[in-house]
Design a binder for this molecule. Structure first.
Ligand code: FES
Ligand code: FES
Length: 164
């Protein structure tokens, strides 16, 4: 069995938003800290740090996942999508534009995680009902908005892609 000294760092290689990236992490380093401090991707936020608020949500191998309850070493070789991968340069994607149009964010602390959950949700549920949208959002805590703008934005994006 491979044994490491306490504090010894592991090299982690993963694909983030389509780019191969690498860094080093102690076994106890959380994925969210690895993304922010090792890869300098600061879009993913840290809130509760115990899997409740959803602020740290990213998509790991196709599943929206709290990155504060994953160790970076568990994600060696994984494919990860973060909020930085949604826009094309300066051009926000349709979901981001809808959030802006419907005032679905205020301070924005929760927004990156919610956008990633919604991205996976709409991929799996392209024509959601309002009840399904509200149920999905129940996995995230937003202190500012009351969620109404988010519901409108998500339904608008779903309906416009269904009509396209
Ligand atoms: S910071 Fe990960 S769920 Fe709150
Ligand atoms: S916009 Fe402030 S916590 Fe959601």
């Amino acid at each position: 069995m491979l044994r490491r000294k306490p504090g010894e760092k592991h090299r982690i290689e993963l694909t983030v938003n389509g780019r191969r990236m690498a860094g080093h992490a102690e076994p106890r380093m959380l994925l969210v800290d690895f993304l922010r401090h090792e890869l300098r991707l600061y879009g993913t936020h840290v809130g509760c740090e115990h899997g409740v608020c959803g602020a740290c949500t990213v998509i790991i191998d196709g599943r929206a996942t709290r990155s504060c309850v994953r160790y970076a070493v568990q994600c060696d070789g994984a494919e990860i999508r973060t909020v930085e991968g949604l826009a094309a340069g300066e051009d926000l994607n349709a979901l981001q534009q809808a959030f802006s149009r419907h005032a679905a964010l205020q301070c924005g602390f929760c927004t990156a995680g919610i956008l990633m959950s919604v991205t996976q949700f709409l991929a799996e549920t392209p024509r959601p009902t309002e009840a399904q949208v509200r149920d999905m959002l129940s996995g995230h805590i937003c202190r500012c908005t009351g969620y109404e703008g988010m519901v409108r934005a998500i339904l608008e994006v779903a309906h416009s892609s269904a009509e396209a």
